[in-house]
Write a protein that binds this ligand. Structure first.
Ligand code: GLN
Length: 449
């Protein structure tokens, strides 16, 4: 039984929601999972929305100072569909500003890991993962551009589902990189992901990239492991991952090896494309139609915009500069066009493998870092942490991250990748895994039940 069915069989009353919100408020002060909580929630299975999804009448900032005070007059399609299916909106979750980050550090409030507050929660959908970990009855609507669902889900021990690009409408999403952004779902179990995906998928007439494809569940017993990528991973993770492969072979899966072309260029290709698109998306925050404004803004063009753009965080500024550079006329052949070519080679190569079976990888090359250690990483070192999550994301492929081991009490995640539109096979696989692993969610803060 999914926890959604269980929840509705329990007939929760108004008192339940009151206690839930009170307890959640306390826990949130410690962990910074939510940017705002819906104090008026009084019915429905609770769902949260990442702060880059528009919710009518609720401040939606993508964790950026630039958007503080922005209250959208409409719901994102995904939010609208959740509400129509009687889910109850519980709040907007914390994230790295505009989705720029892997550790939840590029926000106005640092997101903390619910298993141990000294550790990062992962990013950019950090709050979505924390909320999923701390709330027994809840699903999170999150978003991934280059790994923002898989990474925090892995660090917080929950299931993170990133569907095929275009299966969920992006209408009402505060864009990061339009050719890469995918709305997805986090839950404690794959059983809860299925009904939510059923409720929110499909085109809406607003997002021209949202497709009406037939979604399959073509299961396969072949799993391919990509050694070039495994080599990038910390030795301790490799040992856990080997044990996972042994377990899967005892479940009847054949473990095979495959090579993906151009993986060494994937991180560079991703960041060039993502930053190029981000720099154009951020151009709308000028203090005119979008973005903060104050009375000190000068009258002249340069003075005005210099002042307006100060509201961006450091990482956003870095991406505007790099993104504008890589698509400028004099170097676009060298960087931007080359990045697009790498993306094509990578897609083709992964497609060939995925025709024969799944690809399975660890999510991150390192064990969950402490917040103080993650802060010391340079931007480039941080970008390289995405080496394993970028290949499926860059190619718009569906993938699911699921917990499979604990190291010193901290969860570890693996990601399963399949071919486009075979999304349900991933959900089936993780459901099977949950049965085998006897996966019991280990985080329990008591009253937020
Ligand atoms: N870490 C990646 C980035 O900063 C991915 C973020 C995301 O998927 N939104 O771009």
């Amino acid at each position: 039984m999914s926890s959604i069915e269980e929840f509705y069989s329990l007939e929760k009353d108004k008192e339940y929601y009151r206690d839930l919100l009170e307890e959640l408020g306390k826990v949130n002060e410690k962990l910074n999972a939510f940017n705002n909580i819906n104090e008026g929630l009084s019915s429905g299975f609770p769902f949260s929305a990442k702060d880059n999804l528009c919710v009518k009448g609720v401040e939606s900032t993508a964790s950026s100072k630039m958007l503080s005070g922005y209250v959208p007059p409409y719901n994102a399609t995904v939010v609208e569909r959740m509400l129509r299916n009687k889910f109850g909106f519980i709040g907007k979750t914390n994230m790295d500003e505009f989705g720029f980050g892997s550790f939840g550090l590029n926000s106005q409030k640092i997101a903390k890991n619910p298993f141990d507050e000294h550790y990062v929660a992962g990013g950019s959908s950090s709050g979505a993962a924390i909320a999923t970990a701390i709330l027994k009855y809840h699903v999170a609507i999150a978003e991934s551009t280059g790994g923002s669902i898989a990474t925090p889900a892995a660090f917080c021990g929950v299931v993170g589902f990133t569907p095929t690009y275009g299966t969920i409408s992006r209408h009402g999403l505060i864009d990061y990189s339009n050719s890469l952004d995918k709305i997805g779902i986090m839950a404690r179990s794959a059983k809860d992901i299925r009904p939510v995906f059923d409720a929110v998928k499909g085109p809406d007439g607003y997002d021209s990239t949202a497709v009406n494809a037939k979604l399959n569940s073509n299961n396969t017993k072949h799993i391919f492991v990509v050694d070039q990528l495994i080599e990038l991973v910390d030795k301790r993770i490799r040992a856990y991952f080997e044990a996972l492969l042994d377990k899967l072979s005892s479940m009847g899966y054949s473990i095979e090896h495959a090579k993906i072309e151009s993986t060494e260029a994937a991180v560079a290709s991703y960041y060039i494309i993502a930053m190029a698109e981000a720099s154009t998306n951020l151009a709308r925050y000028t203090g005119f139609k979008y973005g903060l404004k104050n009375d000190n803004f000068g009258e002249s063009y340069n003075e005005f915009f210099t002042e307006a753009r100060k509201y961006f965080g450091d990482e956003a500024k870095r991406r505007i500069i790099l993104g504008t550079f890589v698509r400028s006329a004099s170097v676009k052949e060298k960087y931007y066009y080359k990045a697009l070519k790498v993306r094509e080679v990578l897609s083709h190569s992964m497609h060939e493998i995925l025709e024969k079976g799944f690809i399975l990888l660890p999510v991150m090359p390192v064990l969950t870092p402490k917040i103080e250690d993650a802060k010391k990483l340079s931007p480039l070192e941080t970008y390289k942490m995405d080496a394993l999550t970028i290949p499926p994301n860059l190619c718009g492929l569906p993938h699911i991250s699921f917990p499979y081991a604990y190291d010193n009490g901290m969860p570890l995640g693996a990601q399963l990748i399949t071919s486009k539109f075979n999304d349900y096979a991933l959900i089936d696989f993780v459901e099977e895994w949950e049965e085998e692993f006897k996966y019991v969610f280990k985080y329990n803060i008591g009253a937020v039940q």
